[in-house]
Design a binder for this molecule. Sequence first.
Ligand code: NAG
Ligand code: NAG
Ligand code: NAG
Ligand code: NAG
Ligand code: NAG
Length: 420
Amino acid sequence: MPNRRPTFFSFSVSFCFIVFSNVALVASKSTIEPCSNSDSCNALLGYTLYTDLKVAEVASLFQVDPIAVLTANAVDISYPDVENHILPSRLFLKIPIQCSCVDGIRKSVSTKYKTRPQDTLSSIADSIYAGLVSADQIREANSIADPSVLDVGENLVVPLPCTCFNGTDNGLPAIYLSYVVKPVDTLAGIAASYSTTITDLMDVNAMGTTSIKDGDIIAVPLSACASNFPKYASDYGLIVPNGSYAITASHCVQCSCGPGSRNLYCMPSSLAVSCSSMQCKGSNLKLGNVTVQQSSAGCNVTSCAYGGYANGTIINSFSSSLQPRCPAGPQQFPILIAPPTYVPDSAFAPAPSPHSDGSTTTTVPKTSKVPSTGSLPGFGPAGAPLGSMSDASTLVNSVSTLPAALLTCLLIKLISPVSL
Ligand SMILES: *[C@@H]1O[C@H](CO)[C@@H](O)[C@H](O)[C@H]1NC(C)=O
Ligand SMILES: *[C@@H]1O[C@H](CO)[C@@H](O)[C@H](O)[C@H]1NC(C)=O
Ligand SMILES: *[C@@H]1O[C@H](CO)[C@@H](O)[C@H](O)[C@H]1NC(C)=O
Ligand SMILES: *[C@@H]1O[C@H](CO)[C@@H](O)[C@H](O)[C@H]1NC(C)=O
Ligand SMILES: *[C@@H]1O[C@H](CO)[C@@H](O)[C@H](O)[C@H]1NC(C)=O
């Protein structure tokens, strides 16, 4: 069944006018998902570093946990002092964020930026936040009357794009990456980089054509493993992209996804120090342990699985079931990479993806010995996600003279036959 969403990714860039003699307003498109309730979801931002930054500095730009930034990018966190590791300029990272519903649309508004000398709204938007937000959006979100006077030390809200689409794509668990289109990108290239299809990207973003342009923000569905923790758990809704992992339960538990299975697999984390019991009641199995026993009736699979974190307590569930066949082989873990020290040669290639790059050192998680294939109670594949979208505009300060601005507008008019 085709998965249709009532969304619009409109590409008519004919709306163009001159604000000042040297500034032209050119529309960039971004996918907008309407929403009505107060729930939120896990989402990812595709972020390109504007300078060398420590892991902790990147995390503080978005006010997220440094460990979460590393695990979302399949970086091995067992390296010493990994939070102070310096990441190279132009490195592409996935930043995990919480996507909420604000004024009827999905966005993240928990990020604040403290202005420094020399900052302008454009430098904050285009450079520091790498095009994930526009100068205009920051101006609006903070009701700035005169963008030319920014006080140093001001705390600005930085609204960031995200989508949830019910945590599914074509009925399978998915987490959405907000991806800022680069000049070299093609839709086919992005689809290939993220193991999806052009059709699916067009469907998700409700695009009429395959054309994308520099600065557009599209939602890219990443295949993921979903959790089914109870609503009262603090990590309710945890969803982990294929090929990566997440640390939860106050750094006590790590949950990974892939490569071979869509089941979220959780076990005690390598960071676990003072954690509540990770042993299932009435058994000698610990979180993540699975035992199998072949009998004439079938395969008796017993497991101790993680069930969420509530009130400072790890919920675990012990289950035993008779399955027709024993799970094949041991639990497989995503391949982890060493903390990146250079930007792989894909710097100018479309849609770089850290852990798909063969030139990066790979390491195996140190805790890779687990009995058998872990199998969590099923999370039923869901129906079609719902969503819709429109466009946002970016203030582009690239045209320096009035004639040039006029020419740009004229060109845009000629190029795009469809008007807004
Ligand atoms: C997860 O990613 C690996 C490659 O990174 C791929 O081989 C596998 O099919 C993916 N699994 C799912 C469920 O998408
Ligand atoms: C349970 O898992 C732990 C690692 O979390 C491992 O050290 C232990 O040997 C496992 N026990 C059984 C009975 O499989
Ligand atoms: C499966 O094995 C466990 C112990 O390993 C046992 O308690 C349980 O009764 C067995 N279940 C079945 C259906 O044989
Ligand atoms: C959490 O703990 C508080 C007090 O310690 C208690 O009042 C509350 O009911 C607990 N909530 C849950 C979901 O267990
Ligand atoms: C959203 O997902 C849930 C399970 O994840 C499913 O039960 C529900 O039907 C889905 N809703 C829509 C509108 O797709």
